[in-house]
Design a protein around this ligand. Structure first.
Ligand code: MN
Length: 431
């Protein structure tokens, strides 16, 4: 029996007030889609299959390199983070799992944490290691790198931390480890470019060897920052090469923000899927660099084009199931509202991609009809599938309008009283 954080009667009341308008919109959209030969019920059922993991670090207010302005009622530890994640899933019914980050979320008792998650109807997605900052207790600094450090002791410490993450994840029921390192250089000549990658691969092999048979290791690349001259795992090509070297359980993770502006990310997605190395995503959006803005807030068309490639890959291989995670930093919004809205935006792209008439598209591609091929994609992208998403939530017990239901619940005010700020509380980071 799932323990709901927000009184289900409140959600029902919210839905009762909106149900009539939703049904009218849903029926109108259903008529329009049926004229295009599309069954709205099949799309709604598909929408209900969608799931994206919430990052534990996302429920706290993020920050920039300059400052962090904490919000009220922020979770102070991992158990409170899980409560916020449960609210997001209760209202959206699209975020059944949480992605933890160690050591930020290291539980005193991992079994108790798993029991709490079970009670809240949550599971754990991939766990994330952290070797991009020093912890008070560690013997060797990561100032000059972790998995690629010239210091063998620092490398061994970083490998051991990743193996600790796997061990914790096993207790929690996770099935994957995401590895991102900030290793790189700020000056030409600072680092031997090939030597650093050789050390990375050697370290990664040590982690890979500790991976259970049913786990995946996700290699996350990032173009720049904190290293500003070169990053060791800077791009999908390097990530792909590393994943090839490690073996079948190593896959590439695409964080949408970790590319140069204007990079054709959907093509990267297509390439990685073609060669069986697309492991999953960190969804967010950006205008300039790794901005970690809310998914779909800047370029929803790019998000749609990514899902268009994923729909194509799924048609070719029904077993294809990349891991979906959000990875955002919320500086000026209530993190719960941002994460709910972002989950819905990613789900929107998923449903819009399912609307693409793939037979027509293939015909236009074959016949070199560029204009109609582009219009086929645009027709799907321009379709407002909001009533489908709302109906999927309603049928699954969620809220027709998650943000409105959340605000009406008074949850933030209630936790502001229960969670007074704690001195020195770990804020949130972003990877
Ligand atoms: Mn990321």
């Amino acid at each position: 029996m799932t323990q709901f954080i927000i009184d289900p009667a409140q959600v029902e009341q919210h839905n009762a007030n909106q149900r009539g308008a939703l049904q009218a919109d849903y029926d109108a959209l259903g008529d329009m889609l049926s004229r295009r030969g599309v069954d709205i019920e099949a799309l709604t059922a598909k929408a209900q299959t969608f799931a994206v993991a919430v990052p534990s670090w996302g429920v706290g207010t993020g920050g920039t390199r300059f400052a962090r302005f904490p919000g009220v009622g922020e979770p102070r530890d991992v158990t409170e983070k899980l409560e916020d994640c449960a609210v997001i899933h209760q209202l959206t019914r699209a975020t059944p799992t949480v992605s933890l980050h160690f050591p930020w979320d290291k539980p005193a008792d991992p079994r108790a944490l798993r029991q709490q998650a079970d009670a809240l109807g949550l599971g754990f997605d991939a766990v994330n290691s952290n070797t991009f900052q020093d912890q008070a207790s560690q013997a060797h600094t990561y100032k000059f790198g972790s998995l690629t450090a010239t210091s063998q002791a620092a490398r061994e410490q970083a490998v051991a931390h990743n193996i600790d993450c796997i061990e914790l994840g096993k207790v929690l029921g996770s099935k994957g480890l995401t590895v991102w390192v900030g290793d790189g250089a700020n000056f030409p000549g600072q680092s031997n470019l090939r030597g650093a990658l050789e050390r990375y691969i050697d370290s990664a092999k040590g982690i890979y060897a500790a991976l259970p048979a049913d786990w995946l290791m996700y290699i996350e690349h990032k173009l720049f920052e904190p290293a500003f001259y070169c990053s060791v795992i800077a791009d999908w090509g390097t990530s792909f090469a590393v994943a090839q070297q490690l073996g079948d359980k190593a896959k590439c993770l695409v964080d949408l923000g970790h590319h140069a502006p204007n990079t054709n990310i959907e093509m990267i997605v297509a390439r990685l899927a073609q060669f069986g190395k697309l492991g999953g995503f960190h969804f967010n959006d950006s205008k300039y660099g790794d901005d970690d803005l809310d998914s779909g807030s800047i370029d929803p068309f790019q998000l749609f084009l990514v899902f268009n490639e994923l729909a194509d890959a799924a048609l070719r291989n029904p077993a294809f199931s990349p891991a979906y995670m959000l990875d955002q930093s919320h500086n000026v919004t209530d993190p719960i509202e941002s994460l709910m809205s972002s989950a819905v935006e990613v789900q929107r792209a998923f449903v819009q991609a399912a609307l693409v008439d793939r037979t027509a598209l293939a015909g236009f591609q074959e016949g070199n009809d560029a204009l109609q091929a582009a219009q086929t994609l645009k027709r799907a992208f321009r379709t407002d599938v909001s009533p489908i998403l709302a109906m999927a939530r309603l049928r699954a017990g969620g809220a027709i309008d998650p943000v409105a239901a959340y605000r009406a619940s008074g949850y933030r005010d209630a936790v502001a009283v229960k969670r007074p700020p704690k001195a020195g509380a770990s804020g949130s980071g972003i990877v």
